[in-house]
Design a protein around this ligand. Sequence first.
Ligand code: 5AD
Ligand code: SF4
Length: 444
Amino acid sequence: MTKRLFIKTYGCQMNVYDSARMADLMAPFGYAVAAGPEDADLVILNTCHIREKAAEKTFSELGTIRRYQRAREREGGRMIVAVGGCVAQAEGAEILERAPFVDIVFGPQAYHRLPEMVARAAAEQVLDTSFPAEYLPETFAAPGFSAFLTVQEGCDKFCTFCVVPYTRGAEYSRPAAKIIAEAGQLAAAGAREITLLGQNVNAYHGASPEGGVWGLGELIGALAGIPGIARLRYTTSHPCDVDDALIAAHRDVPALMPFLHLPVQSGSDRVLAAMNRRHTAGQYRRTVERLRRARSDIALSSDFIVGFPGESEADFRATTDLVRDIGYAQAFSFKYSPRPGTPAASAPVQIPEPAKAERLAILQALLHEQQRAFNQSYVGEVLPVLFEKPGRHPGQLVGRSPYLQSVHAEAGAERIGEIVPVTIRAALPNSLAGEIAPRAEHRA
Ligand code: 5AD
Ligand code: SF4
């Protein structure tokens, strides 16, 4: 009999990807994905610890799940509840203690063992937050036309605000030969675009097939040669790890899309030093200049934190100055939120909430205006769009431009998976609207 599996995913792209893989792993055991937790046989919360009150959120969500679990028990059934991801990694034992109805707690490095943990959960509570010595082989179902591929995990940077080095562990790069083989499988299964994933993806330094070491630039060069792969992307990068080979890849590899998420966090050297970011605003500016010389149309995205401990008005102005100088196509910005156990959480001068909120509003207004102007600049232009799925309205498809803009246009479902030239007609706040350009010879 088919069993129902409900996964609630919080946080980053890595978690979205891990959740998809958990569903793949459970499918051979008869678990089909359900839309809600109500009468699921297995509920997984795939948690994120990076911002906000993650642990409290998890416990409150577990309260809701507990009610469904009780209802199930009253009917004589069973609902297995599992908590995975970074909150599980950080607070594993506490979860089992405070929420004893939870059956399984597992860290982000342990989800490969999910079927085994579910089987064991029949008899006992399971806690697995170990880090494997070696990244385990991958299994996956049909990837879709735009697929994700993990090349690197963990982080050794220890930015003073960040929990990732504690929850995701030390930096580990997968061997290039394995990545190339998997990319080949993805391409054979129909993927046209692959996004290489890693917490600190451009710190990649994996064993090369010839026995040396490759950085991300070299890896991208090799992946671009795989038949069927028309587009490559990667995320998330650290400014210090943008090396010559990566810049050269942006110049020389046509499949490498002209979009880069390169978080800077702050424009103030004082704050950058306190964050342990290991670079100055000037160094970031020069890296961007070099990237733009290599690929003049490269679109940039970033993460920003406002209200970091000790951030003055002048520090904050340095951030808005940097934003004005660089010009972003899109960006994410957050109020600083103290993460227990990280150095910045115990810094003496915490910024009051109203100042954080005011700075965030100013920064976001500026970033939204830049995003609007960026999108507007493509109205009337033709962009190649990889159509990925049906749009919100019947007869429409949505896909991505090279600059990661979401583009919708009227097109038949048979064009899903194709890269089609689209004339952009309108720029909306978060997407573009267009119509398929008449010339078929544009197809790439
Ligand atoms: N407070 C606010 N934002 C944070 N980020 C990471 N940790 C924190 C924190 N403690 C943001 C950073 C990072 C992004 C993924 O989340 O901007 O780049
Ligand atoms: Fe966290 Fe990124 Fe800094 Fe690593 S580089 S500690 S993941 S913010």
